[in-house]
Design a protein around this ligand. Sequence first.
Ligand code: DLL
Length: 436
Amino acid sequence: MKVHHIYNPEMECMDIESRRKLQGERLRETVEHVYKNVPLYRERMDAKGVKPEDIKTVDDIRLLPFTEKTDLRDTFPFGLFAVPNEEIVRIQGSSGTTGKPIVSGYTQGDVDVWTEMVARSMTAVGAGKDDVVQVCYGYGLFTGGLGAHQGASKIGAMVIPMSSGNTQRQIMMMRELGSTILCCTPSYATYLGEAIHDMGIDPSELKLKAGLFGAEPWTQEMRLKIEELLGIEACDIYGLTEIAGPGVAFECLEKNGSHVNEDHVIAEIIDPETGEPLPYGTSGELVFTTITKKGMPMLRYRTHDICTLNPEKCACGRTTVRMGRITGRTDDMIIVRGVNVFPSQIETVLVRTKGVAPHYLLVVDRVNNADTLEVQVEMTEEAFTDSLANMQRLQKEIASEIKSVVGVMAKITICPPKSLPRSEGKAKRVIDNRKL
Ligand code: DLL
């Protein structure tokens, strides 16, 4: 029998009917708030003929319009904020589709809610005030670093804000400071695990006991590998900037799906083609509505992540619905070293670079547990007769432009004119060789 710790039993173990009632009330308040304060929501609701008073129970969520990442981009930066800017105390962000980032604004209350969601996630893997939490998610606009940091502080743990990179130093600190909880992407956890072995360190010399891994898709096989390499319990943590950041859902030690923090968000699964809600257990697109957020509430936000929802009570005692692993996306977004990348962003860079043709292929792979991105692009006929020095200059120029627009370093392979495969239908722009 596993021992389960629960941060907020009143909310996490609430009986289903009471929770649905609470969700209905909070949904109604949220809808009133955005209808009054956010023109985009008001216009969309008016277009559907829906008024805030039509939202009486949680089931009425179906009447509401969807929101998309493009809406955040089109209204960038403050268009979806529902409070005056002086009430916003934090901005976080992630990459968008044009190089323009999307941002999310938080009131102090929103930061507090997000912090509690991560505190719940930490508690669920057994972390508490005696623990030493090493955060190797990146700090900055990305929600991983600060999100994990805030949650770990909330449970009173000793936090080591390492941020990402510098593996030798990560391992040195882990050893010297006796880190017990590790927070990073699953691919980095594997990388760390192998580096530890390569350095001749036996994991039993370390004090690690559990990890919260997320920000990218991973598999059960990867879980077993991380658990074996590091001798820990590896749990999933899910989230997205638009909703809060990490902690929107998290796994407990049962490791059988991620508990959605349903007192703060409502999760739905829809058919990505028709937008119709699908019953529990069916695989479809995950959609979230925030019901306590004040700064930038989201109505029926389409995540484009594909998974299932399971409403059964968990052996840990929580009654919240559980998300299965993310098995894919309905759009072409890929995640490379934790950074969300859209082929269209890379296309934008290539199209405005002189000397290359708009024919390209992205090849993603995982080498030594780190993601690699190769951009194969054709030169134009005129440019191809050029010198080697010019080719190298072009490679450098494209790589640095991609780094600044997309945020990842890519290997650029310049190909002869007309050498990349042409397609008659939808062009295949991405080859993902990672075994996920
Ligand atoms: O990745 C937030 C986060 C940070 C989650 C740290 C967990 C840990 P974004 O950069 O906005 O936010 O990217 C959100 O990443 O829509 C999913 O496609 C993917 N994603 C996040 N967590 C998981 C996970 C953060 N556990 C996008 N499994 C989401 C699979 C995940 N995919």
